[in-house]
Design a protein around this ligand. Structure first.
Ligand SMILES: NC(=O)C1=CN([C@@H]2O[C@H](COP(=O)(O)OP(=O)(O)OC[C@H]3O[C@@H](n4cnc5c(N)ncnc54)[C@H](O)[C@@H]3O)[C@@H](O)[C@H]2O)[C@@H](O)CC1
Ligand SMILES: Nc1ncnc2c1ncn2[C@@H]1O[C@H](COP(=O)(O)OP(=O)(O)O)[C@@H](O)[C@H]1O
Length: 291
């Protein structure tokens, strides 16, 4: 699963070959989502996380290694912790600029509304991974002229994600206990979460950051190897599946750790989103050990 998408740095690497993630998320209403996404990206092993959104102070308090300045980026994360109904025109212009920049973009939560607007009638594919939960996917499908009904079973969710990916020309990561990833060419992968303690506020923000880091890393290494950092749908699908796996296993590891590996065998405990971010290095180590 992690073969080709994760990489143990060696003596030839620097922070740019390891991937720079640009995170433009959060708002006055939801600064925590920015902290969670930046933490998810940093803990997945990004070479650098740049943060360009409005929650700078909160982000730097939690993660002082974050670079809060514009500069080179290999993949973006946008939308987490934002509400399109209160977005300013200037902010919409900023998001449109990121989306039209040609780099991979993880599009979450409050930026999802821009995807059908920009992709309707557009030719080819865009290097974007949209990360809706069930209700956000229904909204996205309504805006794209597709049936918004939430499917009753996994087969229906796979068909729905595949259809959405083809219609919009983007990769779709449909969140839930089973995360379904589909790309515009028709390939789809399902990643089952090993724990449902993940169903708590903010874990999706951590996933978006984790996915940004995996994607930036793949783009950075591809750029060094081939001179082009472009990632097609199949590569973006592999990044998304890897991030879903890392996120799920980080959640399970955090849950087991917080249960204290109790002598009576109690295997798991509630987790918070930041616990998931903090356990991501363990999941990366486990995935790399399996390559
Ligand atoms: N600490 C923070 O700052 C956090 C900020 N968050 C942000 O809060 C904003 C609103 O997020 P919401 O997800 O509540 O927004 P939505 O407006 O999409 O969700 C609201 C409604 O959607 C339904 N819904 C939510 N998740 C669902 C699911 N998985 N399946 C089916 N229906 C579902 C529920 O009925 C809920 O009342 C987003 O921008 C998000 O990024 C959240 O991520 C939580 C943590
Ligand atoms: N029942 C569940 N079992 C396992 N994982 C779940 C379950 N429900 C949600 N998740 C995962 O938790 C995360 C929730 O993300 P999201 O709905 O965006 O929440 P938030 O916006 O609060 O971060 C996703 O990664 C999703 O796949």
């Amino acid at each position: 699963m992690a073969g080709g998408t994760l990489h143990r740095p060696d003596g030839t690497d620097d922070k740019y070959t390891r991937g720079v993630v640009g995170v433009h998320t959060g708002s006055d209403a939801y600064p925590g989502a920015a902290v969670l996404g930046v933490s998810g990206a940093a803990r997945t092993g990004a070479g650098m996380v740049r943060y360009t959104g409005p929650a700078r102070d909160a982000v730097l308090r939690q993660r002082p290694e974050t670079v809060a300045a514009e500069g080179r980026v290999q993949a973006w994360v946008i939308g987490s912790g934002t509400d399109p109904s209160s977005r300013s025109d200037a902010e919409t212009d900023t998001l449109r600029g990121i989306l039209s920049g040609g780099l991979p973009v993880v599009v979450d939560a409050g930026a999802l509304d821009l995807v059908p607007v920009l992709r309707s009638g557009a030719a080819g594919e865009a290097p974007w991974i949209v990360t809706p939960h069930a209700r956000e996917l229904a909204r996205l499908r309504t805006a794209a002229g597709l049936d918004p009904a939430i499917p009753a079973d996994l087969a229906g969710r796979i068909a729905q994600a595949t259809e959405t990916a083809a219609a919009l020309g983007v990769v779709v990561l449909s969140k839930g206990a089973d995360t379904v990833v589909a790309e515009p060419g028709g390939m789809a992968v399902t990643v089952a979460a090993p724990t449902s303690w993940l169903a708590s506020a903010g874990t999706g923000d951590v996933l978006a950051g984790c996915l940004g880091a995996v994607t930036a890393g793949v783009a950075g290494r591809r750029g060094r190897a081939t001179g082009s950092e472009h990632l097609d749908g199949a590569r973006l699908l592999a990044c998304a599946a890897t991030a879903a796996w890392l996120h799920g296993h980080a959640g399970a590891a955090a849950s087991a750790r917080l249960a204290g590996h109790a002598a009576d065998g109690a295997p798991d405990a509630p987790i918070l989103a930041l616990d998931v971010a903090d356990a991501l290095p363990w999941a990366v180590a486990r995935a790399l050990a399996a390559v």
